[in-house]
Design a protein around this ligand. Sequence first.
Ligand code: SAH
Length: 204
Amino acid sequence: MKDLDSLIDSIIMDRVLKSRTIIEAFENVDRADFVPDMFKESAYVDAPLGIGENQTISQPTTVAFMLEHLAPKKGDKILDIGAGSGWTTAILCHIVGEEGSVLGLERIGSLVELGKFNLARYCHDDRCRIEKAGDKLGVPGEKFDKILVSASADELPEELIDQLNIGGKLVIPVQNSIEVITKTSEDEYQRESIYGFVFVPLVY
Ligand code: SAH
């Protein structure tokens, strides 16, 4: 796999990438800008790659799968937990556009700097930013339309559902499954679970 177009084509052929807006974001936000120099040649291989601190930039197919379930759209206010390289934050930033916003949170200081540096290539204002995660998961008291989590929890963190607007979605790995949560009312939600994934651990 040598170039971005063939990587994207293969994820489309696998019927994982489907939505025009998500495909366009993959085309516009070049993964090569988010992988370390030593892995530049592998930027378009469909695999996770090391970004330092024992963390990884996620596998493209997995990111596509999670984003198709998250269904981000123009104008959304999005929380991206586990910003790492900044790749998913930049993709989401492209999708939400001028009226939306994306907050990426990352717990490891050096990766906060890496993510900010990489994101700055794509986003030049405050709408989309990466900050250091606090002691509590997410941003308690805030509400988002969508929450994406790129590290795996042992069990579903209910506190993230509190941070969703009604109608909002949370996509989060729990152990080796990806959970898709849709908040249907103040105290109810639907849960879909898709098994068969590996992530770095969510630490909190
Ligand atoms: N979206 C990233 C994926 C990075 S891997 C990318 O595209 O590169 C997941 C990241 O989650 C790691 O960098 C890890 O440090 C971070 N992480 C783990 N627990 C976290 C928490 N509680 N809050 C914020 N970030 C967390």
